[in-house]
Structures are given as C-alpha cells and as structure tokens.
Unconditional design. Sequence first.
Length: 189
Amino acid sequence: MQLHELRTVIRQIISEEFRLNPRLRVFDFDDTLVTSNSRTKVIHSDGSAQYLTPGEYALYDKRPGDKFDYNEFDKVIDPHVITWTSQILRNVYAKYGPSGAVILTARGRAAKDSLEEFLASIGYPNIDVIALGNSDPSAKADWIAQAIDDEGLKLVEFFDDSHKNVAAVAALQRRFPDVKIIVRHVIHT
C-alpha cells in the first residue's frame, strides 16, 4: 500500500470514529492559547480612562456610565503562544483537522478576522473562531449547550483561563448527564 492510500484509509477511520463518537475540543483564545498586549479601553463617566488586559476585562464589573473602546482588542497585538495548550490544539488539529476544535472567545465579531489570520500563521488554517462579543460566562456555556444539542456530541473538552467560564461549562454536566464534559482550567505563568 502506498503512502497516499494509507493516509486515505487513516482519514476514513478517523472520520468513522468521529461519526460514531462525536466530540469537540473548545479553546478560549486570550490567556489560554495566547497572551497578548491587546487591551480594552474603558472610559468612565467622569472622563477618566482605564486599560484592561483580557484577564482583567473578563473580571471587570461594569460601572454606570462606562463606555468601552475595543479598537485595540479587535487586533492580536504582540502575541505569545502558551506552549502546553497550543500543543494540545496541535495534536487535535493533526488528528481531526480544523473540524476537531473551535476557538470560543469573548472578543467581538470585529476581532474574528485577526484571530483567524493569527491562528493560520501558526499552523491552524480554517479553524472555526466563534467570537461571542460577550464576556458573561453563560455565553460560552450556552454556545456549548447548543453545539451538544445540534451535533449530538458525546464528548466536550473545554480549555479556559477564567474560573467563571470553567464553572459555567462544568455545570452543563447536570443538564447533559450522557455527555462527557471535561473542563481544563488553564493557569499560565
């Protein structure tokens, strides 16, 4: 059997395995796969401004009168790959291709192209980027719940640096007892 034929057979086996046991790996972007200097500007009602890192933004409690400027956050500025989660994504991508994982981010739709371009530049072309435009942990949990319903998933593995997001997705196990939901709280140094 030639190498090309062998690769075709392996792809067919993987496709059949995925069909019989639908699974999805979900990765947050900021502070899970990549650290960056992309920040959100908050303009307070008194006119003062504050810049928030992605981690600070996820925990920020909006004050009355706050306005947000996402111009910087819509770009990937000075990115640094987090090695261990990127290696997991690399393994998933190598085995299942771009359909084996999604990037689920609180960033808005305006950031989607920048994230896709960056991911393609580090070896993940055509991976699906879901830009929710919402940092509420329930937004990620709701998206995953919908994917479970729509795709009949039997396994979901979720990687995120936010303990709130991890807790929201872990709570889905009660709603979907027949789905194996694995959550990975990413802590990087």
